[in-house]
Design a protein around this ligand. Structure first.
Ligand SMILES: Cc1cc2nc3c(=O)[nH]c(=O)nc-3n(C[C@H](O)[C@H](O)[C@H](O)COP(=O)(O)O)c2cc1C
Length: 358
């Protein structure tokens, strides 16, 4: 029996032991030389926290709000495709884990469950729906309508993937979606899912999407729209001007354009450009509660985690995903106590320094 996992890295090792080469490469891999994949994680080590002392930390809370929704901690579950390939509990198990942890799960367009099934698995809890706009707008519309009908509280439009990144681990392993899995959105678009490659399912995404389409999506949406995949101050500013409710500074976990900067290094310019008009979230490389504190100090309202909860799901199903979220929450809470920040809003810019020459 391996020892019980106590942190995200332990879960990563457990997941790697359990998964076959193809799925593991798909989940763990990045694009090109995986520079950005590594950088996302490594960049956190170039930040130092600056604790303040003699702050009353007898009553610390990790609870916060995102887009007005109360969550137990500033961590949201990122949209991650193909979760039943990790574990039969799939997206429904992930939704229950997020609900138990008191936070939001974001369901991917290319999930292995429908928005309705996930909603039924954890009724009455807040959830977001991640949108890829397909060339076949009818399929996209139907997915969005179902999510709205099931009470999803926000849409996150992902804009960093007009085509799949160059995922070389998938090329080497010859990865394609196993025959026994169904991705309802993909099946709706092309009639089947099994055997489809990553390049093929991204070829369904409309590469002609522009800011005009975003405006239309916002105009048609009864719920707030977030833009996921913003990486520059210029686009952060445009996002505000086009009426989004928030942005997610993201490089898709290093899976799209390789050689882009780590997201934590892009966060400050995006926060500055937004200038308090909308909420700014960030994802990529967050593996510790202390990473979350760095992101808060640099102006993020909250973070999203992709692989950490995926490793939990792959290792131990729903219970593993729940445990990963519990671990992150307790690490954030302890971090806040030791940093001298009784609540997430108390974490300020002065609580972090970027180490020079690191
Ligand atoms: C296996 C995998 C599948 C993903 N699928 C999606 C997806 O369907 N839609 C999306 O917007 N982002 C997707 N992402 C990106 C995540 O939402 C998130 O941006 C990224 O995982 C954050 O980095 P982290 O894994 O280091 O936490 C995926 C990421 C991974 C690892």
């Amino acid at each position: 029996m391996p020892p019980d996992p106590i942190n995200v890295s332990d879960y990563e090792r457990l997941a790697a032991d359990r998964l076959a080469e193809g799925p593991l490469g798909y989940y763990a891999g990045g694009a090109g030389d995986e520079r950005t994949l590594r950088e996302n994680v490594a960049a956190y080590a170039r930040h130092a926290l600056r604790p303040r002392v003699l702050v009353d930390v007898s009553d610390v809370t990790t609870a916060t709000t995102v887009l007005g929704t109360e969550i137990s901690m500033p961590v949201i579950v990122a949209p991650v495709a193909l979760q039943k390939m990790a574990h039969p509990d799939g997206e429904c198990g992930m939704a229950r884990a997020a609900a138990d942890a008191g936070t939001i799960m974001t369901l991917s367009t290319i999930a292995t469950c429908t928005p309705r099934e996930v909603s039924a698995a954890a009724p009455g809890t807040p959830r977001w729906f991640q949108v890829y706009v397909f060339r076949d707008r009818g399929v996209t519309r139907a997915m969005i309508d179902e999510a709205i009908d099931c009470g999803y509280q926000a849409l996150a439009l992902t804009v960093d993937a007009p085509r799949a990144g160059r995922r070389e681990r998938d090329f080497r392993s010859g990865f394609s979606v196993p025959d026994d899995l169904d991705m309802p959105a993909v099946t709706a678009a092309v009639g089947h899912t099994g055997g489809i490659t990553v390049q093929e399912f991204f070829s369904l995404v409309d590469p002609a999407l522009t800011w005009k389409d975003l405006e239309q999506l916002i105009a048609d949406s009864p719920v707030p729209v977030l833009l996921k995949g913003v990486q520059t101050a210029e686009d952060a500013r445009l996002a505000c001007e086009h009426g989004v409710a928030g942005i997610v500074v993201s490089n898709h976990g290093g899976r799209q354009l390789d050689t882009v900067e780590a997201t934590i290094d892009l966060l400050p310019e995006c926060v500055e450009a937004v200038d308090g008009r909308i909420e700014v979230l960030v994802d990529g490389g967050i593996r510790r509660g202390t990473d979350v504190l760095v992101a808060l100090a640099l102006g993020a309202r909250a973070v999203l985690v992709g692989r950490p909860t995926l490793w939990g799901l792959a290792a131990r199903g729903e219970a593993g995903a729940r445990h990963v979220l519990e671990i992150l929450r307790s690490e954030i809470e302890l971090g806040q106590v030791l940093l001298g920040a009784p609540d997430p809003g108390a974490v300020q810019r002065a609580h972090v320094r970027v180490k020079t020459g690191a």
